[in-house]
Design a binder for this molecule. Structure first.
Ligand code: TMP
Length: 260
């Protein structure tokens, strides 16, 4: 049996060489980390859910004209993606005060922001992903001014679209993290959305109860992680009613529901 070449292993995903040049396979693990991997755990079934949720979100973003690395989902834990050069900046978009913003400024979580805030973090595990400004990004050449503008523009469009998508299913999009990559075409590159969009990198609060439906349940030892991720998938129409197993074969479950 031929073994695929592993290109990279991150905290929640593994990248393998793809079937064609310029493609990769993105494998979603059940591993969960927080606080720069000081806290580690397994959320059984998370990889399957994140693969499916991220597929759904990236497909919708694609139809809205947002360029992404997503090509297609291959199976329960893998998707085929375009190979990009990851920009070493995490772009965080915030609509409501929560998490590190609440802590840093001593503001209570839950205050709606009068305007959306975009923050940048330099991707560097040894340094614990420090927050940086546009000035640092430009000065150290992590992204060009044009690339930064493209990332900002895409982040705002993604936020507008996702806020509406989640509001439509009774979920408040509090904040989220995006990663972008350079897609090279000859000597030129353009910025496209990469990584994933899932409850791992978003804060999602139930609109009526305020219940947390995201990785904060793991970060804060609240329990019920996989049930929360399942609830997000269910509301997005990705999880048939009555399916609550943590070993999820979403394809079979959907076919059974639809009688196909
Ligand atoms: P923060 O409030 O901890 O800065 O997080 C802001 C958002 O970014 C939140 O939705 C979680 C997400 N995030 C990640 O996806 N990865 C990270 O390493 C961090 C720190 C946050």
């Amino acid at each position: 049996m031929s073994r695929r070449r592993q290109i990279y292993e991150g905290k929640a995903k593994i990248l393998y060489e793809g079937p064609e040049p310029g493609t990769l396979i993105q494998y979603f693990k059940d591993d969960a980390t927080a606080f720069n991997a000081q806290k580690k755990g397994i959320i059984s079934g998370k990889g399957v859910l994140n693969n499916r949720i991220s597929e759904h979100v990236f497909q919708l973003l694609g139809t809205m004209g947002i360029p992404t690395h997503f090509i297609r989902r291959l199976n329960m834990r893998e998707q085929l993606i375009r190979q990009v050069e990851i920009v070493p900046i995490e772009v965080v978009v915030r609509n409501v005060v929560a998490g590190s913003l609440a802590k840093r400024l001593g503001i209570e979580e839950g205050m709606p922001l009068p305007r959306t805030i975009i923050e940048y973090y330099y991707k560097n595990d040894e340094l614990g992903d420090p927050m940086v400004t546009e000035e640092h990004v430009a000065a150290f050449g992590w992204a060009s001014q044009d690339e930064l503008h493209d990332m900002q523009d895409l982040a705002i469009r993604i936020n507008d679209f996702l806020s509406g998508l989640f509001a439509g299913v009774g979920i408040k999009l509090v904040d989220f993290k995006l990663e972008f990559g350079r897609l090279w075409e000859g000597d030129y590159s353009r910025i496209i959305l990469a990584d994933e969009i899932s409850p791992d990198g978003c804060r999602l609060w139930d609109m009526s109860t305020g219940e947390k439906l995201d990785k904060d349940r793991f970060r804060r030892d609240m329990g019920g992680e996989v049930e929360a991720y399942q609830e997000v998938a269910r509301r997005l129409g990705l999880l048939p009613d009555g399916v609550d197993s943590t070993v999820l074969d979403l394809d079979s479950a959907r076919k059974a529901r639809d009688g196909k």
